[in-house]
Ligand binder design. Sequence first.
Ligand code: NAD
Length: 353
Amino acid sequence: MKKKIVVFPGDGIGPEVVEQAKKVLARVAEKGKIKLEMQEFPIGGASIDIYGVPLKEEYLKEAKKADAVLLGAVGGPKWDVVESSIRPEKALLALREGLKTYANLRPAKPYIALLKASTLKPEVIENVDILVVRELTGGIYFGKPRGIKENKKGYNTLVYSRKEIERIAKRAFEAAMLRKNHVTSVDKANILETSMFWRQIVKEVAVAYPEVRLDHLYVDNCAMQIIRNPAQFDVILTDNMFGDILSDEASMLTGSLGMLPSASVGDKKGLYEPIHGSAPDIAGKGIANPIATIASVAMMFRYSFNRMEFSDMIENAIQKVLDAGFRTKDIDDGTGRLVSTQEMGEEIVKRIE
Ligand code: NAD
């Protein structure tokens, strides 16, 4: 197997955590006899400092040619003052658009060794294993018309086409078939026509997946159920805005931002990144948790390369390191051994077998 991966370390702790993820990639490549070509480019603030733009066209082109893209994080106070059209976050939008990644996949699965890190009771979260499949390129965040009119009203448009709903629904059903065969579609079909249409299309798509159980929840009820009984969910399928909110809620079940990976996938390309930002408050201190980024590499093997064995290899190594008591500062409860970003990366690499 030969793979080209474009790496964008980004800003703040981005380069620190990506460095560890690259070591893991290299180790898996060695174990799995994968010929790995890695190219690295600046993005976000780091790119603004050099080129005056958050993402150079030329690097976007390279990303489009790659088999997968690994990203750290972008942004920070230094660039909060730049003109809005070249803000660091614009690079993320350009990447998602350029790679045509319309589905955001965010797992929330607590590690046994860290059950105490959650704000919920251990018995509520111990069997939780949720994958939120969020539509990423449509809905109210992109619908037109939008704007603020004469300082009198603000408006946005919630719109979804049949094609947009069909393709994200298929993604969710396919993901469920690799998991526990259960999709919960979340909408607000008691009020919104867009949601009524969403529900109708999801039901139509479901016919092709008879082994998958489908149910529907209103978004307000879903938000409540995620806290009340999160173990009832397998795949949660939802639109852009509801998914934005619910995926953050679900991720907090696990206790720490530093543990959570994500994938944004389309029909061909995948973008893999931790869900956290550039954490300027801890950047340069060597204390950031690299696990979210390393787990994003595991997702890359699962969703872009279809190599579950390598994905499992990485996830098992993370599990073993946590079971052995290694902790970065954000997940330290005083009982384990406190390690730096680099040490955490190295301990994980050692356990990849
Ligand atoms: P953040 O996720 O960067 O940090 C929130 C808190 O979590 C901070 O206290 C931070 O120290 C901690 N944290 C985050 N990741 C951690 C890790 N791996 N290990 C240990 N602790 C970790 O969110 P924020 O502070 O709201 O944003 C900081 C900057 O990041 C902003 O410029 C924001 O725009 C940007 N941001 C970028 C992305 C992205 O690149 N995808 C996402 C969110 C925020």
